[in-house]
Design a protein around this ligand. Structure first.
Ligand SMILES: *Cc1c(COP(=O)(O)O)cnc(C)c1O
Length: 345
């Protein structure tokens, strides 16, 4: 398997759009810019943003210990996932593999691109990949396998040995979606990018980093994969305000760490008190900032909580999630309110 053979022919042949800011780079001090048809009157956002997000990427590179040539940024991870599908999957021909119950966007994005989704459920109760079955279902048109670890909505990590086996034996790209990795006891797969040419890791500023509103997703992969993603991404996909706010937020390491510590501690405390709620049947172990529980009647309990002003996620229609609710860990006060309400229902 070579990466080049997996890329869609149209993408390989593509000559990317060259923006004004691509064509002239270099020291911008004391230069007069009359190349991009911008309005010259300075208001902080009158110029196009850096299409390669040099400053922000340098900071992410330092934080994650990954060279900038291995990083692509997207308008949320959702844009990154969409770009990956468009890079590798030929519409009306190729397919992706997903392991339900999992994040809903993989299938939606495949559908938007006329790409088929093959589904192999995780194992019951433990929510682990059934590796033999996955490799048996995969065919010559299976281009991407999406793994979500920690998994949304079940909350568990996928076992390292299973992921390794899939990386070695699946003849396509393996995307590991690490949206919740900062809450996990498991190490990120970032440190193993060099070992597996077909490994793509995605992360986001939307969860642990507390910046869902600015929309910033991160994609880490070989320089070869990143170079092609750069060809197909919209030229200015990360706006100026997002780049600035991301730099500001990421520099505040103390805030990030204390919030992650607080949420992890709150999650573990919530697990303990949930055991005292009489209609909670199973509390699934969580390595994320949410907890999935099985209750007596998910629709009923969901509705009751709404009537008490608390919105949670009802996952009962998802495979293997009958009567399951997903509870996001909130502030100390919010969690207290949740527990008080659960106990009085
Ligand atoms: C929340 C979440 C994301 C984040 O998506 P963004 O577009 O970056 O906000 C990605 N993957 C999973 C599994 C998620 O739960």
């Amino acid at each position: 398997m070579t990466i080049q053979n997996l890329i869609r022919p149209a993408i390989k042949a593509l000559k990317p759009y060259s923006s004004a800011r691509d064509e002239f780079q270099g020291n911008t001090d004391n230069l007069t810019f009359l190349d991009a048809n911008e309005n010259p009157f300075d208001n902080g956002v009158n110029r196009y943003p850096d299409p390669q997000q040099g400053k922000l990427k340098a900071l992410i590179s330092q934080i994650k210990d990954v060279p900038t040539e291995n990083i692509l940024l997207g308008n949320g991870s959702d844009e990154v996932l969409d770009l990956l599908i468009r890079m590798f999957c030929e519409p009306n021909q190729d397919n992706i593999l997903i392991l339900p119950p999992t994040y809903g966007m993989y299938e939606v994005l495949a559908n938007v691109n006329a790409v088929e989704t093959l589904k192999i459920n995780l194992s019951e109760e433990t929510f682990q990949p059934k590796t033999e079955e996955i490799l048996a279902v995969a065919n010559a048109n299976s281009k991407i396998l999406f793994l979500c670890s920690p998994n949304n909505p079940s909350g568990n990590n996928l076992e390292t040995l299973s992921i390794e086996l899939l990386l070695k034996n699946f003849k396509g790209i393996v995307v590991i979606d690490e949206a919740y990795i900062d809450f996990s006891t498991e190490e990120s797969w970032l440190s193993r990018l060099n070992e597996f040419p077909n490994l793509v890791v995605t992360q986001t500023l939307s969860k642990a980093f507390g910046m869902a509103g600015i929309r910033l997703g991160m994609c880490f992969a070989s320089a070869e994969i990143i170079a092609t993603l750069n060809k197909i991404k919209p030229p200015y996909n990360i706006n100026q305000l997002t780049q600035e706010k991301a730099i500001e937020g990421l520099r505040d390491r103390g805030r990030i760490k204390s919030q992650i510590d607080c949420l992890t501690e709150q999650r573990n405390a919530l697990v303990k008190v949930l055991k005292e709620v009489k209609f909670v049947k199973i509390i699934y172990p969580s390595e994320a900032n949410f907890i999935m529980v099985k209750v007596d009647d998910a629709n009923k309990r969901y509705q009751q909580l709404i009537e008490n002003g608390i919105v949670i996620r009802n996952r009962t229609t998802q495979p293997l999630c009958e009567n399951c609710l997903r509870l996001t860990v909130g502030t100390v006060e919010e969690n207290k309110k949740l527990i008080e309400n659960l106990k009085k229902l």
